[in-house]
Write a protein that binds this ligand. Structure first.
Ligand SMILES: O=C1O[C@H](COP(=O)(O)O)[C@@H](O)[C@H](O)[C@H]1O
Length: 455
């Protein structure tokens, strides 16, 4: 008998998230044979037949590269139910169809997910029910606290999977091996040796028809509040003794609890900008404010950069810069750790010395260590060389890994409730300062490196 038996119910089954990311990841997971016996139910308020849903599954699984021989049994058994995820009657009926513990995946807008959780609060849930909620988890600290309170009434914390697909990226998980399996790095991973840490996720992509969601989020909430703060947590946390969910998430939470704005003043340590019309790789992009569905009065930023400090013995005094933006000229997606200069360079060794730097690429996978060595020719003239390597990619894409956690009842790479709240707590002063309008919204042409005066 299979070790993990689950019924995965996907609400918002035919939607963009489900067909573009979730189902291809699920196909990979099924093909990877992680000992999961799965029943799959698609649900949404769109009227489609089970046959049409099964065809949708075949297409999405093929997109993820899964061998149809491994996925077809799940497809052939899968059903589609027309249902309103916010109706207690519909939810009761769906839960009644689950022969094994249900994992309810809300591939829905956050407000609908919340309404669905309220409806679930009025009915009895089968033993072993688990919930998977997409980001953003709440719209601010107060709403995240309220949502945590609501979901805690439904199922235990170990069965709440707050999804953040960055935690499923093999590039992000590589941090664990890199940091904790090499004395050379961990011994120097502290304020005594590190000058600064930068975590960047710059994209060439523009709004991509996502105004309905993005215009209310902006770069700060869309990327920094969730993904990049979790990357910060994995980069700065103390070594957990095991990768068990309590240990791993406990270490992450502890690092985030120590995280604050550098100098504490949101006006000085956070900046924002928005793209105007421009060209990226020969593609013309309209100004963000002219994109369909955008409300220019919301002053939504498409580029955000903030500086933080992790106030503990290990990191006090080390600035940590988080930055993410859209419609930029380059895709810089990495963690860069810049080490301090050596305390003394022997007299006689000359030449420009760049700092020792470790670059961990988040996409595509890779790692580069810049070090100073004796140069070619004159042996006493230094030069900087880079030791580079590709890092092995995981067997599964990020969503495949996320689903593996949900379907094997392992919450290690799900965001714990207190962690979600900490992420909101950290950016709250910035959100308030930006809402008050006393921080300028700079501009940059799409296809540039950002506002010229930022460089
Ligand atoms: O969650 C999100 O992430 C993507 C970037 O992640 P990737 O894995 O697709 O590179 C970002 O484009 C999107 O705006 C954001 O909502």
């Amino acid at each position: 008998m299979a070790a993990h038996r689950k019924t995965l119910v996907i609400f918002g089954a035919g939607g963009d998230l489900s067909t573009r990311l979730l189902l291809p990841g699920l196909g990979q997971l099924l093909a990877a044979d992680r000992d999961i016996e799965l029943e799959l139910i698609g649900a949404s308020n769109a009227t489609i037949s089970t046959e049409a849903w099964q065809d949708m599954l075949r297409t999405a699984f093929a997109k993820g590269g899964a061998d149809p021989a491994t996925t077809e049994p799940v497809v052939a058994r899968s059903r589609y139910l027309v249902a309103d995820a916010t109706s207690a009657d519909d939810l009761r009926q769906i839960l009644g169809e689950c022969a094994t513990p249900p994992a309810l995946y809300f591939a829905l807008p956050p407000a609908v997910t919340e309404a669905s959780c309220r409806a679930l609060d009025t009915i009895e849930l089968p033993e072993g029910t688990s919930l998977a909620l997409e980001k953003p988890f709440g719209t601010d600290l107060a709403s995240a606290v309220a949502l945590n309170r609501l979901v805690s009434r439904l199922v235990p914390e170990s069965r709440v999977h707050r999804v953040d697909h960055f935690l499923g990226k093999s590039t992000v998980l590589n941090l664990l091996g890199l940091r904790f399996a090499n004395r050379i790095f961990e011994q120097n991973w502290n304020a005594e040796n590190v000058e600064k840490i930068e975590i960047s996720y710059d994209e060439k992509l523009g709004l991509e028809s996502r105004a309905g969601y993005y215009d209310k989020a902006g770069a700060l909430v869309d990327m920094i509040q969730s993904h990049l703060l979790l990357v910060l947590a994995l980069t700065t946390m103390e070594p957990p003794s095991t990768l068990d969910s309590d240990d791993l998430r406990g270490s992450m939470a502890q690092a985030l609890r120590a995280t604050h704005l550098w100098t504490g003043d949101p006006h000085l340590v956070a900046r924002r900008a928005r793209y105007t019309a421009g060209t990226i790789d020969g593609r013309d992009l309209p100004a963000y404010a002219d994109e369909a569905g955008v409300n220019p009065k919301l002053n939504t930023e498409t580029l955000a950069e903030i500086t933080l400090t992790v106030d503990n013995w290990r990191w006090a005094g080390v600035p940590i810069v988080l930055r993410s933006g859209k419609a930029l000229d380059d895709t810089r997606k990495d963690i860069v750790v810049t080490f301090k200069p050596v305390p003394h360079l022997p007299t006689g060794l000359t030449g420009a010395t760049a700092p020792t730097r470790l670059h961990i690429a988040l996409d595509p996978n890779g790692m580069k260590l810049d070090i100073n060595v004796n140069g070619e020719g004159d042996p006493f003239t230094l030069e900087t060389v880079s030791l580079e390597t590709d890092l092995s990619a995981g067997q599964l894409d990020a969503y495949g890994e996320v689903l593996a956690g949900i379907l094997t009842s392992d919450p290690s790479i799900s965001v714990r409730g207190d962690v979600a709240e900490e992420c909101w707590r950290i950016i709250t002063p910035i959100l308030e300062a930006w809402k008050n309008g006393d921080v300028p919204l700079d501009e940059y042409p799409a296809g540039s490196a950002g506002p010229s005066h930022w460089r």
